[in-house]
Design a protein around this ligand. Sequence first.
Ligand code: SF4
Length: 214
Amino acid sequence: MDENVRFVVEERIKRTMEQLKKNRMEAYYAPTKEEARQIALGLLHEGDVISCGGSMSIAECGLLEAVRQSGQYRFLDRARPGITPEEIEKLYRDTFFCDVYLASSNAVTEQGELFNVDGNSNRVAAMLYGPKSVIVVAGYNKIVPDLAHAVQRLEQIAAPANAKRLSCKTPCAVTGVCQHCRGDARICSSYVVMSHQRQAGRVKVILVGEELGY
Ligand code: SF4
């Protein structure tokens, strides 16, 4: 990355981290995705029961595979080969009792808010309550000035790209932009803003100086 662009990105990250901390979330800066993975692994403890959302970011930084392969944790693996729909449903419920939940965020505002939108809502539910600790890994591309831009980001990038990835039968998976659909396949059902946290430090946000996910 050009050093002047790097400067702008790092200042944006710094501003966002200050506001996240004011909202009683822990905030970390990782210049690279490899460093993001190391920071996240440093927040885990041997024997932890770990679950995760369907995040591209935690996969792209290698965190998902590191947890899966480590043997030090009990990983509730929603992508285990052969897992049945019934087992996935049970895993979503077991997630409420886990030690650590790994996820990304659809957007992180410079006001220190996490903005997430789910269809099934298992991810936002776990981020809000249940797991003792929530670790969020977000590339700088997820940072937006405010909630209005977070909604814009969702409708123009995050949701259409996820709909395409998951082969959802939604209009945005065809047009690449939100059409405010109303069908059963809609992946935008629960709009959740996490702001000032009552439980300080439960949510840890690792902001990465590289693009991750969408
Ligand atoms: S078209 Fe539907 S699923 Fe796609 S972004 Fe809009 S509301 Fe979400």
